[in-house]
Design a protein around this ligand. Structure first.
Ligand code: GDP
Length: 478
């Protein structure tokens, strides 16, 4: 634990110059931006005649995520689903079709609002929550922030087009997150639809659907003709039963921010997916580095509600600032506690940003491997030709030791894209570019998020570097 001289001064409401002088008297030479350790800071505080109140991370965050729930208070909760797949394969159409088959919405004649997620009631009264920002960018961005939101991925593949590059990316994202997949073979109304070709192509990428004797559930649908939408929902519920999803509704609410924005006339608005407990009007909460008091709660039809329970997406008004998608959300006892937590988190976030500028995720991962905390080295491989791709992944697989494995998150022909960077980022891994380069957007994102991109033109060098990495000796590129 450390603190900068400036921060220490401002917390004591003292001049930095005075703090620096005091440090000098103690034999410590420090400038205003330099950090000093907690023990030294403590001595300075005493010198200034203040009482010491060390607030550690554990103290501030303690009890924020409530303890484990006893099994007897758990009740089943609805599954949360993200729809992924190649562009134009029908993700948006499918989400629309699902919404318009919603029994409850039809009865209420409700006009639906876009708040980032919605919940539908299936014919037997059970509910399913859909994240309605399709695609893997949102999915991975949230995962990179440490949020696990999705229980099931619906992979949409158009029957007239088959498996395409983003289909494979989506598969890799779901696999990296270890989220089960259901394949929706879409556009079966089309004359040129060939669902069996989709199944065979998926097989070539290691996905064996039920019809071919595998374990991955699949269903033929038409989003436009509303064919088999109920069947798809049944499969989702079946998958949810296998996962045995449960939650305790009788506690202060906890959840994740799905979307957040600043709106004229409404202020900061966040869509929160409630994961545990019940959120009530008037509750004080913290989310990311922001806090607020729930002034107004709206459901996915824009209607005012008093309480939100697990599985429900809810629009929350009354925030003091805009949180980020993927930020956690927790109800706390009172405002002073909320303030303490956000002050602490703001400071920590700033420290992390500074640290990220200095150290990449690879170094973090390597130090974890060296200390025995991490068990695998995650890699994304992009190459100019299929042949070298196979040679590289084949050699990497052989490098695993008893302690550490090499995990190829994704291997494909083509340049390095933003999607590759987010995938590597979410798993703390790095990217190998073999005779290919990163596009400018990917480069910027990698720089911002501290993801390491390494370029090679000799397979032997790739293998050598990864081997060094496994031994915790990879030289950082700064
Ligand atoms: P997204 O990019 O994956 O979100 O795809 P969209 O939902 O925007 O669909 C792309 C195009 O495919 C649109 O023109 C849709 O009307 C069309 N489409 C989507 N689902 C179906 C379907 O089941 N049958 C047919 N014939 N067309 C579809």
């Amino acid at each position: 634990e450390t603190i900068t001289v400036q921060e220490l001064a401002s917390r004591m409401a003292a001049r930095s110059g005075e703090v620096i002088k005091t440090l000098m008297k103690m034999g410590v030479m420090a400038t205003i931006n330099q950090t000093i350790d907690a023990d030294t800071a403590e001595l300075v505080v005493t010198e200034f005649g203040h009482n010491i109140k060390r607030v550690s991370e554990a103290d501030v965050e303690i009890g924020l995520k409530g303890e484990e729930d006893a099994p007897e208070v758990l009740v089943p909760r609805s599954p949360v689903v993200t729809v992924m797949g190649h562009v134009d394969h029908g993700k948006t159409s499918l989400l629309d079709a699902i919404r318009t088959t919603d029994v409850a919405a039809r009865e209420a004649g409700g006009i639906t609002q876009h708040i980032g997620a919605y919940q539908v009631t299936v014919s037997n009264g059970r509910k399913i929550t859909f994240i309605d920002t399709p695609g893997h960018e949102a999915f991975t961005a949230m995962r990179a922030r440490g949020a696990t939101v999705t229980d099931v991925v619906v992979l949409v593949v158009a029957a007239d087009d088959g498996v395409m590059p983003q289909t494979i990316e989506a598969i890799r994202h779901a696999q990296a997150a270890q989220v089960p997949m259901i394949v929706a073979i879409n556009k079966i109304d089309r004359a040129d639809a060939n669902p069996d070709r989709v199944r065979t192509e998926l097989l070539q990428h290691g996905i064996v659907v039920e019809k071919l004797g595998g374990e991955v559930l699949d269903v033929e649908v038409s989003a436009v003709k509303r064919t088999n939408i109920e069947k798809l929902e049944e499969l989702i519920l079946l998958q949810a039963d296998l996962l045995d999803l449960k939650s305790n509704p009788q506690r202060p609410a906890e959840g994740v921010v799905i979307e957040a924005k600043l709106e004229r006339g409404r202020g900061a608005v966040a869509t929160v997916l409630i994961q545990r407990g019940t959120l009530r009007m008037g509750d004080v909460f913290v989310t990311g580095s922001e806090w607020g008091r729930a002034r107004l709660l709206l459901d996915d039809r824009g209607e005012k509600i008093e309480v939100a329970t697990p599985g429900m997406p809810v629009e929350v008004l009354g925030l003091n600032g805009v949180p980020l998608a993927g930020d956690d959300f927790s109800v706390v006892e009172n405002e002073s506690r909320a303030r303490d937590v956000t002050v602490f988190r703001t400071r920590r976030r700033r420290d992390q940003v500074q640290a990220a500028g200095q150290r990449g995720t690879v170094e973090e991962m390597l130090s974890q491997i060296a200390s025995g905390q991490a068990k695998e080295l995650a890699i994304v491989v992009k190459s100019d030709v299929q042949g070298s791709l196979e040679a590289i992944t084949g050699s990497l697989a052989k490098l695993a030791t008893d302690e550490v494995a090499v995990r190829v998150l994704h291997a494909a022909v083509g340049g390095i894209s933003e999607s590759d960077v987010t995938l590597a980022r979410a798993s703390g891994g790095f990217i190998v570019g073999f005779n290919v380069r990163a596009n400018p957007q990917a480069r910027d994102l990698a720089r911002r998020d501290g993801v390491d991109i390494r370029y090679y033109s000799i397979i032997y060098d790739v293998v050598d570097d990864v081997k060094a990495g496994l031994q915790g000796m990879l030289t950082p590129i700064l």
